[in-house]
Ligand binder design. Sequence first.
Ligand SMILES: Nc1ncnc2c1ncn2[C@@H]1O[C@H](COP(=O)(O)OP(=O)(O)OP(=O)(O)O)[C@@H](O)[C@H]1O
Length: 282
Amino acid sequence: MSLSVKNLTVRLPEGRALVENLSFEVKRGETLALLGASGSGKSVTCAAVLGLLTRGLTSEGDITLEGQPVDYQQIRGKRIACIMQNPSSAFNPVYTMEQHAIETLKATGQSVDQKVISEALYDAGLDDQERVLGLYPFQMSGGMLQRMMLALALMTPADYLIADEPTTDLDLIVQSHILNRLESLSQKRNLGVLLITHDLGVVARLADRVAVISAGKLVEECQAEDLFYQPSSDAGKTLLAAHYAMYNDVVTEDTSADLPGLRATVIKVNPDQMYQQEGSSV
Ligand SMILES: Nc1ncnc2c1ncn2[C@@H]1O[C@H](COP(=O)(O)OP(=O)(O)OP(=O)(O)O)[C@@H](O)[C@H]1O
């Protein structure tokens, strides 16, 4: 029961590879973080997995869902849902949220069922449903739109979710809410989640395993916790050092229960020691 990507290569028309020979697997019920610095190829990988590469880019490799080669028309939305960064550009500006919900249900071959809509809104943390369903995108905050995108994903029968930087551009409190929702939903629905991120706070909060990519290549794959104790790749070390540099008042023991959200990175090591031991530089 997994979404498997084997030897994925994505090329520009002139032949240069943006992503090269990338392999990873996402199992039902687990969250794999695809982690990498800006420009490392995360979004290109995500687009290739969904069959949504922009014109001119070509891909090679095997993408299978539960052992079967993927048929993008059949899987997109129906087996694999996605929530993308920058929710404000993901909605049709002249549709209300109710119209988006109806369209999502129809596009995934379902009948329009208010119970399904209501449950998805509830699960995504959107209260006051009657009001929300009557709103247009421009009437909603970034956090509400991100929750609505999550709700639309939950209206589909998909058992895998691709979340491309789902909390970028949101303030810390809203980020924390969205991450909490994602965590409880992946457990409740036994979703396999491919989480695209450059943020180690998000990794610490949600991921079971991590695949680190650098310049389009897989450079490290490990349990999420191991990345914080013993990153083996230069890219992993650099991201970790950058994270510590940003959050240098980071806690030295697991206080995630007290500090829900991004700053609750589960770190039981002293960052200063880590710098010296790993020789990371940022
Ligand atoms: N359609 C395209 N044509 C040419 N180059 C592209 C195209 N799409 C992406 N690239 C290049 O591929 C590389 C990887 O881009 P990608 O958007 O996947 O990075 P990313 O890791 O998602 O970065 P970020 O975290 O900033 O979103 C970048 O160098 C980007 O400029």
